[in-house]
Design a protein around this ligand. Structure first.
Ligand SMILES: Cc1ncc(COP(=O)(O)O)c(C=O)c1O
Length: 388
């Protein structure tokens, strides 16, 4: 049976052409460390890492490549920034559509005297940015939120939120896990843009980072300190960027793989890739029409959303539907709560969750038709088990 991957919200697959070769070539031929070797081959790798920083700087329109910090991904970046910035007595705001990458660090910080409030989003996952305003207190330091929902694909009005932050002297921290490489992002109006390499950027897992404005970086203590290969005579962690936040040997293979992915994305264009994914999503939503006993969760149209479509099968167990689609038709999706229980509560799909279809640049129109047709057959086949 052929397999069809529709779980790009979790991680993209396949990766961009060139990524696997770049990682293999690095490991086979040049897996030297940077800033820790006095030989030309180490300097060459350091240049590749710098080039990747520069490419990310250009992609996100940051001011300087030094403001691009490499970490294992969004989860690490959020922990580093929140724990390094917030102090007992501080207050921070977020939305009810967040991933646990945001909610668990906030919950952990609440045990250490940092308070947070949650702006409730609408039943379709949309956010009214003005709802932040009445929750701002004298001790509110920042807003943290995702650019787009990993559950139903809704794109959030981040420009409006950034403006509210600017007017009220709050820092704006963005989780771009679902949007980097998919939407154009301008880091100029974001104090910290956390990003991951393994989703829309089509790179390997375990590499990502954050883009931080220099003046904000000065207010963030490094969570991890240690060897940076720079200022080694000092016992204090260097203050210069990116060294302040990059202690220890980095995931150089991951960065080299991400560079190959960025080259591919650069050749095609973020917008062209997004347009194709949205064509597939429009096709999917239209081919679902008329299939009995399914509900599209969140917005019913493709306006202001990503190529992420969550379905509820009210008469069935969603987990069994996902398993049946895999077993009977070779379709790979993700069911359950998608690490976002509060988003599911907002969307009224808690605790049953949804079956999430998330499309990537390499999916085809034929695959979309096959998926819609398979759902139809599954639903008319009288299986799997009913929820009643
Ligand atoms: C909205 C959102 N935030 C954060 C993450 C975590 O990202 P990472 O894998 O880079 O830690 C994910 C990934 O599932 C996500 O979808």
């Amino acid at each position: 049976m052929k397999k069809i991957y529709a779980d790009n919200g979790s991680t993209s697959f396949p990766k961009a052409p060139g990524v696997a070769n770049a990682v293999r070539d690095f490991l086979d031929e040049a897996a030297f460390n940077i800033n820790r070797g006095g030989y030309a081959d180490s300097y060459d790798i350091a240049m590749e890492i710098f080039d990747t920083r520069q490419m990310l700087c250009d992609l996100f329109r940051a001011k300087s490549p030094a403001e691009v910090i490499f970490t294992p991904g969004v989860t690490y970046s959020i922990n580093m920034v929140l724990q390094g910035f917030l102090r007992p007595g501080d207050h921070i705001l977020t939305t009810s559509m967040e991933h646990n990458a945001v909610m668990r660090p906030l919950h952990a910080l609440s045990k250490r005297g940092v308070a947070y409030d949650v702006v409730k989003c609408a039943r379709d996952g949309t956010l009214d940015a003005d709802d932040f305003i009445p929750l701002i207190r004298s001790n509110t330091k920042a807003v943290i939120m995702s650019h787009a929902s990993n559950v139903c694909g809704t794109i959030m009005p981040i420009e409006a939120v950034a403006e509210i932050c600017r007017k009220n002297g709050l820092r704006f921290i963005l989780d771009s896990a679902q949007s980097a490489g998919t939407l154009e992002i301008d880091a100029n109006f974001i104090d910290v843009l956390t990003f991951t390499g393994h989703k829309g950027l089509l790179g390997p897992g375990g590499i990502g980072g954050f883009v931080v404005k220099k003046e904000f970086a000065d207010e963030i203590s490094p969570l991890i300190v240690g060897g940076t290969g720079s200022a080694s005579h000092e016992i204090e962690q260097p203050e210069i960027l990116p060294d302040k936040f990059e202690s220890g040997t980095m995931n150089l293979a991951g960065i080299v793989g991400l560079k190959a992915a960025l080259e591919y994305i650069g050749a095609i264009g973020v917008k062209a890739m997004h347009d194709k994914k949205m064509e597939l999503t429009t096709q999917f939503i239209s081919e679902l029409e008329g299939i009995q006993d399914i509900r599209i969760i969140g917005k019913k149209t493709t306006a202001a959303r990503l190529a992420v479509v969550s379905l509820d099968f009210p008469k069935h167990d969603n987990a069994l539907i996902a398993a049946a689609l895999d077993e009977n038709f070779g379709i790979m999706t993700r069911c359950g709560l998608h690490c976002s229980p509060m988003a599911h509560k907002t969307l009224n799909t808690y605790p049953q969750g949804t079956v999430r279809f998330s499309f990537g640049y390499f999916n085809t129109a034929e695959e979309i038709s096959y998926i819609a047709q398979s759902i139809k057959e599954q639903m008319s086949g009288g299986f799997p088990l009913s929820r009643e």
